[in-house]
Every structure is written in structure tokens, then in C-alpha cells.
Design a protein around this ligand. Sequence first.
Ligand code: GLY
Length: 406
Amino acid sequence: MYGEAVLKNKERFLNPVDILSTGELEKSMERALLRLEKDAHQFGDKMVQSTEGIIATNERGHSFNRYIATDKVTWKTGIWTGLYHLAYLYSGDDTFLKVAKSHLKHYIEASKHPELHNDHDTGFKFTPSCVAAYKITGDEEAREAALRAAKILLDHCCPVNKFVIRIGTSEIKQRDHYRILVDSMMNIALLFWAYEETKDEAYREAAIGHYSATARYLIRQDGSSYHHYQFNPETLEPMYGVTHQGHRDESCWSRGHSWLIYGYPVAYRYTRDEEIKNIHKSVSYYFMDNLPKDALPYWDFDFTDGSYEPRDSSASAISLCGLYEMCKFLPDDSEDKLLYQNAADMMLKSLLEICENKNSQTDCLLGYVTNSRPHCQVIENCEPFGDYFFFEALVRKLKPDFELFW
Ligand code: GLY
């Protein structure tokens, strides 16, 4: 359970960061849009997947900053389709909307197969794709698909413990599967949206139950987080924290933590529950206090300056978007607004200086993403979610009033 938040390195975040000029941000945006155009040409109506492993190669010979085409819906493709929606919202260029639209058939079909979504990531698959399509174009088929998906996610919520189960529906309580995990905080946006569309209280209750259980079991007193929390599948009692993608059970996996930093402001937007600001402060201060000198997080907070372990740029891309998002709900004279703004700018500057991929012959926008270090999956390479949140950060700087679809 989170405790009172204390920012030990407050001085580091008191002064505004000399962020790149609007002209330079615009140049990064221009590069990003050109890359997305090139990728659209290359991948057609397919989505993309990353190349797994450090030495994996793809059909074009090497894997570095390259993607492979896929039509299989995954949590990563959902975010890739969302990237094209966001590119359209930013630029107004129909080319990007057409690409996103060409992906929708895959999601519409996948939404008819609950057995394909036996996990906690259904929100990642359907919010940036189908919910976004419906919000942008009023596409009824996309709305129906997103509602089917929301029902699937709802069926993965435990009615007793009120959380989204890691794997399996609310009826199947296999031991390793009957866990709550940090990733789901970003998925519950689908439940909040489904409540707004249907007025069925079950969706809202499940989403609120999930974020309350997350604060209770996954967030520690010092604001760090467990990746998973194991419950007893027979008695349904809480047992202990465990990791899957982190360094060890008691450490804090940086990207997992970033889903909390972005997930809570999204929950606040839907509920206006003031306690969320305290939960969010506790996880944000932990992240800020543990940032290395160059503001580019390692894949787990067990590692810091001087370590040779890989970085995970997606953790800062996601977190900085979450910090900017929370700033929308804080009064202008609040100290947290200043601290979050400066911390987010600092992380964005670091991404622009160290991680932006400027090689127009490759496929991604952001390098240095680590998917899962313990499984040797994508180490300091590229992933659709790195690209998406980096792009969203640029949009937030250049068009701060854009409408979120999370
Ligand atoms: N499933 C979300 C993540 O790996 O970050």
C-alpha cells in the first residue's frame, strides 16, 4: 500500500528544463511523420511486430530498429494502429487515417474470438485501434468491436477481489494466472469507455475496483511497485509480490511502473477521485527520484548510473506522457505541476538527444526500448509502444489541447 510521498531530489526538478525549441521539436515531428509514411508504404495494411531477441534478424537481413509485418492482433499492434490515429489527429493528413482504417478489419475479426484474448492486455489492443476509430470517425463497426472487447476484459475481472486477472477469466483461477499486475492500469481505460457508452455500472465498478486493488497490493510504501501480486487461487487471499519482466520480486520494473504513472491520470479523468492524485504522486516521485543523471531509465530501478545494463526508453516516454496528463488536473500554482512538468521535459529532452532514431532507412521513431530483459526479448531496440508514446509526447508539446483516446 502506497505511503506518504516524499521527493528526495526535489531541487533537481525545481527549475524549468531548457527543452529543445519549437522549431527543433517540429523537425522531430516532421521526421516522425515521414517515417510513418515510409512504414505505411512498406507494411501496407499489415501492422508491425518487433524482432525478438538480441541477434534476431528479419527478412531484410538485420533487426536493429526494424519491424516485421504482421496481421495478428497483439497489445503492440493495437498501439501501432493508435500511432496512425494520432498522426492523423495531429496532421489532419488522410493518408494516416487510411492506414489505421485498413488495420481495423483485423481487430473487428479478433473481437469475435474471446479465446484470443485470454490475458490482461485487451485494452491495449482495442482502445487505440477501435475506440479511437469510433471517436475520430464514428465507425459503428469499430464501436461494436470495442464493446465486445470490453466485455471480454470484464469477464477477466475477479468479482471478489475486484481486479483484472493476469491470465484467464474470472472463473479460472490457475495459480500463476490468478494475479493482479501493473500493466492492467492502462487497460482499464477500455472499461471506463464501455461504461460511458453503455451506462452499465459493471464496467465502472470493475475499473474502480482494479485501480483501488492496484494501489493496495502493487504499490509499496515507498512508491515503488511490484510487477505482479499473487493471490491464493483457492482462498482468494493475497499472498506475495512477484516479478515477470523485472529484475527480482522486490525490485521495480521501470516500464511496469510507467503504466501506473500514466494509468492513474486516465482513471482520474473518468472518475475525479481526488485520492488518485496521492497515489499518482507516490509512484511519480519514486520514478523521478530514481532517474539516472541523463534521465533515461534503466530497464529496472535496481540499476542506475554506472551500470552496463540496458535502458528502456519506453519507460520514460510513457511516464512523461502520464506526468503531462496529470498536470492538466492540477492548479497552475501547485508545486507538483511545476515538478511534473520539469521532470517530463527533462525526460523528453533526453529521449530527443539520445534515443530519437534519425536514420530514415530504418522503421522506428525511438530506439533504446527494452521489452523484457529477463526473457532476452528486444534489448535496446525498437517497439511500437516506444514509438507511440514518444510521438504522443511530441504531440503534447506541439498541440497541448489534443483529445486523448485512452
Ligand atoms: N504488457 C505490457 C508491457 O509489457 O509493458
